[in-house]
Design a protein around this ligand. Structure first.
Ligand SMILES: [Zn+2]
Length: 383
């Protein structure tokens, strides 16, 4: 892939339009019209690229009943890897199961470079193709790494009636062009000789686009993770409350040096990240075996986002513990920890509490429904 096609030396960006449920003649026409319109608009706005369109039928789901966008995203991500596509758009006529909204028309996942969208809300509408085109352009915008902006197609999709195909805002086109350049660049695996071993490959993937990987991680706003994962945060909070009330914890905290505390906090964050990553089967994502740069990149981004999420949990526990401790007279803590009030270091205790909280959270996190935790990391939004 990504080789210039005949008579065209522009770099190629390929988008797979995948139907994941059987389509009737009308739905098929609708999807084809939408894909054609989207590609015409992309060609016009980003003429430096050759926009390749693939139609793929993977009718693995029935066309009745609501579908979870998560399974559609995973299906799309698989197809994308198998067929060496750059982006995948998974279409179904079914309703999509919403998580936070009343209804959902589409879900973009920039980490998977895949979006799922549905025509269910537009059935029988005379301008269904127009609205669906607008929705697809908006979702693609998210896959290109764009945020919401006023004026243009990246306005938040609140009102069904507002959906009209528009251009990407001028300020965003430079951003998109940069993203596309990276996408159209040859993948690491196609550069010829593969470095020996997994770590060499991870290192090479990291080195190929460190800034892009970091941006993708931060795009998740992983610091919001504790808010989305109720059970995870509850397990953490309960632990910290009990620790506050136990003299042993204070005594133990008193005998740990700052260096050990820092090392412990770091180790715990990494282990908690690994435990969640493996516990939630993130590592099995995508059925393709072997070292694929795209897949490796996705995994690095996900793991990084998990780490940032857990580090934020640690930081918020630290701040909360510190605030709570400041509200109590120091004499109380001095008694619990068996030290005199002058040698008490509240930040050190706060760090100790936060670290133990994160350990508990890692176990609690694996009680979390696998789909929920994945949705937090894979969904950019519900459109
Ligand atoms: Zn959006």
């Amino acid at each position: 892939m990504n080789e210039p096609s005949r008579g065209d030396d522009r770099p190629t960006v390929s988008i797979g339009w995948i139907s994941a449920a059987p389509l009737d003649a009308e739905q098929r026409r609708l999807l084809e019209a939408v894909a054609a319109d989207v590609h015409a608009r992309l060609e016009r706005q980003f003429p430096d690229y050759h926009w390749e369109r693939h139609h793929i039928e993977r009718s693995v789901y029935p066309d009745v009943g609501p579908l979870d966008p998560l399974v559609l995203l995973e299906l799309g991500a698989e197809e994308k890897l198998v067929r060496h596509l750059d982006y995948a758009m998974v279409f179904v006529p079914n309703e999509l199961t919403p998580r936070n909204r009343i209804f959902v028309m589409g879900v973009p996942s920039s980490v998977l470079e895949t979006a799922a969208f549905s025509s269910a809300r537009f059935h029988g509408e005379p301008d269904a193709a127009q609205r669906l085109t607008a929705l697809a352009l908006h979702l693609l915008g998210h896959l290109f790494g764009l945020d919401h902006a006023h004026g243009g197609i990246m306005e938040p999709t609140g009102e069904l009636a507002d959906l009209r195909p528009k251009d990407y805002p001028p300020a965003a086109t430079a951003e998109v062009a940069e993203r596309l350049r990276a996408v159209a660049d040859q993948r690491v695996e196609e550069e010829g000789d593969l470095p020996h071993g997994r770590f060499g490959f991870v290192w090479r993937t990291l080195r190929s686009d460190p800034l892009g990987i970091l941006t993708d991680m931060l795009d998740y706003a992983p610091w919001r993770m504790p808010l989305h994962l109720g059970r995870y945060t509850a397990a953490t909070a309960v632990t910290v409350v009990f620790l506050f009330l136990s003299a042993e914890a204070w005594e133990l905290g008193a005998h740990l040096s700052t260096a050990w505390l820092s090392l412990g906090a770091l180790a715990v964050i990494v282990v908690a990240g690994l435990s969640l990553y493996v516990g939630q089967n993130f590592h099995q994502m995508g059925r393709v075996r072997g070292l694929r740069e795209q897949l490796m990149r996705t995994r690095i981004v996900l793991f990084g986002a998990l780490l940032v999420g857990i580090a934020s949990l640690w930081a918020s526990l630290f701040v909360i513990s510190l605030v709570v401790m400041n509200a109590f007279p120091e004499v109380v803590f001095a008694g619990w920890s068996g030290q005199d009030a002058s040698s008490l270091s509240l930040p050190r205790y706060a760090a100790f509490m936060a670290t133990l909280g994160v350990v508990a959270g890692a176990f609690g996190g694996n009680l979390e429904d696998e789909a929920e935790i994945k949705a937090v990391f894979l969904f950019d939004e519900e459109s």
